[in-house]
Design a protein around this ligand. Sequence first.
Ligand code: OGA
Ligand code: NI
Length: 328
Amino acid sequence: MTAVSDLTSVRTASFEEIPVIDFAGVLRGEPGAKAAAARAIRDACETVGFFYIRNHGVPEADIEQTFAVGRSFFGLPLPHKLSIHKNLSPQHAGYTPLLAENTDLANDGDLHESFDMVSPLAHYPAKSANGEDVNLWPESLPQLKVTLDRYFDHMLELGKRLFEMVALSLGLAEDFFLPHLTHPIAMLRINSYPPQAAKADARQIGIGAHTDYECFTILAQQPGITALQVWNGREWIKAPPIAGTFVVNIADLLQRWTNDAFRSTRHRAINISGAARLSIPFFLGVNYETTISPLPGCVSAERPGKYPPVTAGDYVLQRLNETYGVVA
Ligand code: OGA
Ligand code: NI
């Protein structure tokens, strides 16, 4: 049975709904700017769970190169891509073919391919003792590793800045999270969405409705194509690409760590633009072994802790195993 629906009737978010937060002053170390950004982040995290950041400090040329190398990767012959299939990796690094992932279990598979690089720093249990790279790289495109390594470093640096702002927004010391970010779990992904018809089976879309698993996600969207949609509690709203920005969203581990003060918001992507669309999310957690139990200030007599403690890495790996149908 197919549920054919019109996927075009979704309005665009206003700047009040998904704010654009300017990081220029934060990166220059202006004290007033940090406090203002922390307030704006707190507002966004407690309500919609999504915000854009402008003047983030990542060179546009490196972002463009990452999109370009992503395009080259997805253009490789299918056997090259399948030779680094994600099923070969206990950490879920490598290539995911079309429809192999299913983020919304009510759906029939996600209409995208992707490539995942996992953090070379993280202490995964299955990682060999000599600490070699657990990533799966395509032999026919050596530039992929070179470009993604550089982009990964940019994302980690920006992610640490964001964690400082999150700490301030929660009334914690600015460096509160830094001891948990010495070798964090993280995933850098490139998604490739083929175009789909506007009147289509709503159970087979670019990426089904889901929340992300880590602490937060920093997303680069291909310019000129709107596909990302955010659930605002009542309806879906579009979060179009805005030049010079990343989209940031809170994910499940941070919602849990804040005892639900911050909101990990459902989102999905539907590409009815008529052209292929790439997106580049960076999913950032904390050190594998960090214990996630409610942060100071997030529990009180009125708001008792809702979740038992969990190890950050075990939690995320378990969620990934479920998504890819791995029985652990
Ligand atoms: C994801 C995701 C959104 C997009 O990869 O988790 O939500 O716009 N992507 O590609
Ligand atoms: Ni997502």
